[in-house]
Design a protein. Structure first.
Length: 546
């Protein structure tokens, strides 16, 4: 990868050097890159690459968080905020899912609401892929606006084939929604600052609000820099009416939260996330050190194992370790972003700092502020998904750094050394497109590796799903008995958005006596027991064991 990158820089310099009299940016290539069709191409290519990386035509959710988001999207697809609780909810306990007083995801609703159209169509993966593709297209449009089409192509290529995007992009995590909000909000902010039309400031407020109802801490990190810029302009220009309209737009989005809460917890001010945290994970809140409050609800062995894993991050999360934590998280973010280039593209991102203007400096400050904001929360340093929204900024810096270097290498002969070249000049477009093609080559190899990784991630679930498919009874229930070595990030127990229509229920094994009570309430369902230790499913009658 290093050799290819260096070769690309050399070729870029040569192409730029010999393109002086016929700049690619003003010819057919320039017209293509400045047109609308290329945006459709970027969207489509992003969709195809990430769908391939997902390694399934209809990918199943793998980890607990993904399952929770998909469940909520399916609930929304039925036109409901939540589902009635089961008469025996302890059998349905699932990480990140409330099973009482109502059944719903604990997570804020912004992402699941956007996934609902895919759930209606029976293809939940549709909207995550669409959202990621919109983000790719927005990155291209923004980079083209502040630089040129060549820089935009390189930035999008580096972003698309970065390990973080190839791995986390094809998933059901909510960062698909928040990344789109970040980039779309930035575009709207640029438009408002250009033409001062109130509709664009209303769009900014809409995306800030949707960000907040998806991932509140991420929304806060995004909103503060935006608010500083907007308020500065409003005070200076007297755009108070624009601010009033925008505030109304943002409040209408935020009004979803009390409605969602009231229909799930029964209280307008008590969110499902807050209730779930009190019930099962009282330590999982912003702040320093481990909170010693006890869960208010029974905790399954599976959840207890999960809590042991994540409590350790809070134990080490202390004020005196903030610089160390920042360093650790920055290092993992660096590795996740630039892994396929052995870090060399990261070095060009550092060089890209020389190209900063007010617009790109704002994007960089917002991205760094996201990393700093999450220092308020105890999280594993390696879980870089929390900073996914910042990745487009760093990829743009790498592309602009490459363009800046090309402007030095491609300096025409006889030019005084003191002359300043505009790295955004269209004369570099042809050279940058060549580099984008070169960088795509190792990116395709990385795509294949992560395609295989996604297959590997599902290997522990697929045998279980095949076991369920082998049950041909018209109505059945499978009790899951977890092994002592169970991975707490995944679950076999699953709540569904329409349990009455489900042929096979999958519930928690709570011992023969309790299982018998459960079966007495659903005598029409034939019972099976899945033993994870043996990896087998048995016909099961707990009443006979008694």
């Amino acid at each position: 990868m290093i050799t290819l990158t260096l070769a690309g820089i050399f070729i870029m310099g040569l192409v730029a050097h010999f393109s002086g009299r016929s700049p690619g940016g003003h010819g057919l290539l320039g017209r293509v890159l400045n047109g609308r069709a290329v945006i459709v191409m970027v969207f489509t290519a992003t969709f195809v690459v990430l769908w391939y990386s997902w390694a399934s035509l209809d990918p199943i959710p793998v980890v607990q968080d993904e399952m929770s988001y998909v469940l909520q999207a399916q609930i929304f697809a039925r036109g409901m905020w939540s589902l009635p609780a089961s008469p025996m909810p302890l059998f349905w306990e699932q990480l990140h899912v409330l099973v009482e007083p109502r059944v719903a995801s604990k997570y804020f609703p912004g992402h699941a609401l956007l996934m609902a159209p895919g759930a209606v169509l029976g293809w939940p993966a549709l909207m995550p892929l669409v959202l990621q593709s919109i983000s790719g297209a927005l990155l291209f449009v923004l980079a083209r606006r502040v630089a040129n089409g060549g820089v935009a192509i390189v930035a999008w290529t580096i972003w698309l084939f970065s390990p973080m995007v190839l791995y986390f992009g094809p998933s059901y995590f909510s960062e698909a929604t928040t990344t789109t909000c970040w980039l779309a909000g930035w575009y709207a902010l640029l438009e408002w600052r250009t033409n001062r039309e109130a509709r664009w400031l209303m769009a900014v407020a809409f995306f800030v609000g949707w960000d907040a109802i998806t991932r509140p801490l991420t929304g806060l990190a995004y909103a503060i820099p935006v608010a500083i810029v907007v308020m500065s302009d409003v005070v200076r220009l007297g755009k108070w009416k624009d601010l009033a309209y925008a505030t109304l737009a943002g409040m209408l989005v935020l009004a979803i939260l009390p409605v969602w809460s009231a229909h799930t917890t029964g209280h307008w001010t008590d969110t499902p996330l807050a209730l779930y945290t009190r019930m099962y994970m009282p330590y999982d809140v912003p702040g320093f050190g481990l909170k010693t409050a006890l869960p208010t609800h029974y905790v399954t062995p599976e959840l207890a194992q999960w809590n042991m894993v994540y409590m350790s991050a809070h134990v080490k999360h202390l004020p005196q370790r903030l610089l160390t934590l920042l360093g650790e998280r920055s290092l993992y973010l660096w590795i996740s972003s630039w892994g396929i280039s052995a870090g060399i593209l990261g070095l060009f991102a550092v060089i890209g700092l020389a190209t900063l203007n007010r617009t790109t400096a704002f994007a960089l400050a917002s991205s760094v502020f996201l990393l700093i904001t999450y220092l308020s929360f105890g999280t594993p340093a390696a879980w870089t998904l929390y900073y996914y929204e910042s990745v487009p900024t760093y990829m743009f810096l790498a592309a602009s750094g490459l363009a800046w270097v090309s402007s030095l290498i491609g300096r025409p002969q006889g030019t005084p050394p003191s002359s300043t070249f505009d790295w955004r000049s269209p004369r570099w477009t042809r050279a940058l497109v060549v580099v984008g093609l070169i960088l795509a080559y190792p990116g395709i190899a990385a795509m294949r590796l992560i395609h295989a990784q996604h297959i590997d991630d599902r290997k522990h679930l697929m045998p279980f799903y095949r076991l369920l498919a082998s049950i041909h009874d018209p109505r059945a229930v499978v009790f899951v008995r977890y092994s002592a070595m169970h991975d707490p990030h995944v679950t076999f127990v699953r709540n569904t958005a329409n349990p009455d229509a489900e042929r096979v229920w999958v519930v928690y094994d709570r011992g023969d006596v309790e299982n018998a009570r459960f079966l007495a309430s659903v005598p029409e369902r034939k019972a099976y027991l899945f033993d994870e230790t043996q990896g087998r499913t048995f016909q099961y009658d707990p009443r006979a064991i008694e």
